[in-house]
Design a protein around this ligand. Structure first.
Ligand SMILES: Nc1nc2c(ncn2[C@@H]2O[C@H](COP(=O)(O)OP(=O)(O)O)[C@@H](O)[C@H]2O)c(=O)[nH]1
Ligand SMILES: [Mg+2]
Length: 357
């Protein structure tokens, strides 16, 4: 029998769980077995996670897409990557299903053409914001169907990695404008691109100045303080906030270093290893995206960013005739897709989650 499809035990009204033998006399009702049920369900469904890379051209976005896929966590399962990437001329997505210990992750990374190359960079954010909102719109159109799919395919961008050029000065006005718009639409994690071009002192000074700029311009990057749910979140996320923007280096070639095969950039004076914390902070970025905050990024996308979009669109629908139990939602205009929604819906801050009960 398929182990995932467990039958009900004859002497219990609830499904048997792997931890609690069904017929054993026990003082507990077996609430902890819910965790097993959730785990089994999650393993069956798998996870979908979508990342987008954004920034000026030449900062290493396309290389980072390869770095993410080729780094330690996944490299054994992904043959065929590593061909040099030409300049990215249009938005395109790379998807791989990664499986580790029975858990499936469908990871999609969307690469974007660099912006800011024109003399007039007015509205250079439109194609990016347009793409992000188009994915919300797709999800919404599926969600409001009377007969909807049990599982709506999720193409919404859960995290946008924003590449800051390693100028060593501060954020440029273009970055500020772009980030202000982006943060109202999607979770944004800024990174210092091509960090191998900065000395350790320059990196730290640059990071502090960027953090100051973000504060001064009310740019709320991920993990947003207002969404910390409890004291543990606050402690963990405060440490991450101190390190953001991470200083990253991208590479898609492997080299031998002391008998080990490492992903890195070979220079005349040595190899910059992308997975070595003494060289750069790529491991912090990867751990944040996958190991520690994947589910939180998805939750904030659904409960905050998508919710904002949904509220605005459904409010507009009141202007249209509606039938019993359904909403008549016209297609979104270009302007609607490129204008960030006002941030109204906030995830509630819980002082103590126990108060819920
Ligand atoms: N020094 C350095 N060069 C990089 C890094 N990442 C990418 N590059 C190089 O920068 C050039 C442009 O990279 P690409 O990924 O195409 O940039 P994109 O335009 O942002 O997609 C390529 O020659 C890459 O090998 C990095 O972290 N450090
Ligand atoms: Mg590119």
């Amino acid at each position: 029998m398929d182990p995932l499809r467990r039958s009900f035990s004859p002497c219990s009204s609830r499904p048997s769980s792997p931890r609690t033998p069904p017929c054993e006399a026990s003082d507990s009702v077996g609430i902890e077995a819910v965790l097993d049920q959730l785990k089994i369900k999650a393993m069956k469904m798998g996870f979908e996670f979508n990342i987008m890379v954004v920034g000026q051209s030449g900062l290493g976005k396309s290389t980072m897409v390869n770095t993410l896929f080729k780094s330690k966590v996944w490299k054994s399962s992904l043959p065929g990557l590593g061909t040099p990437m030409p300049q990215t001329l249009q938005l395109h997505s790379v998807t791989h299903v990664i499986e580790e210990k029975g858990v499936k992750l469908k990871l999609t990374v969307t690469d974007t053409p660099g912006f800011g190359d024109q003399i007039n960079n007015d509205k250079c954010w439109d194609p990016i914001l347009g793409y992000i909102n188009e994915q919300y719109e797709r999800y919404l159109q599926e969600e409001i169907l009377i007969t909807r799919q049990r599982h709506i395919p999720d193409t919404r961008v859960h995290c946008c990695v924003y590449f800051v050029p390693p100028t060593g000065h501060c954020l440029r006005p273009l970055d500020i404008e772009f980030l202000q718009r982006l943060c109202r639409t999607v979770n944004v994690v800024p990174v210092i691109a091509r960090a191998d071009s900065l000395t350790i002192e320059e990196r730290e000074a640059f990071r502090s100045r960027i953090q100051e700029d973000l504060r001064n311009h009310c740019i709320d990057v991920y993990p947003q303080k207002c969404f910390d749910e409890d004291i543990n979140d606050r402690i963990l996320n405060s440490k991450i906030r101190e390190r953001i923007p991470f200083a990253v280096v991208g590479a898609d070639r492997e080299h031998m270093v002391n008998g080990r095969c490492v992903l890195g950039r070979k220079t005349k004076w040595g190899i910059v290893e992308v997975e070595n914390m003494a060289h750069c902070e790529f491991p912090l970025l990867r751990d944040l995206l996958i190991r520690s905050h994947l589910q939180d990024l998805k939750d904030i996308t659904h409960n905050v960013h998508y919710e904002n979009y949904r509220v605005v669109r459904l409010n507009e629908s009141h202007l249209l005739p509606s039938g019993p139990g359904w909403v008549n939602l016209g297609p979104a205009s270009t302007q609607q897709l490129t204008t960030p929604a006002p941030l109204k819906v906030r995830r509630r801050v819980q002082e103590d989650p126990k108060d819920e009960f």
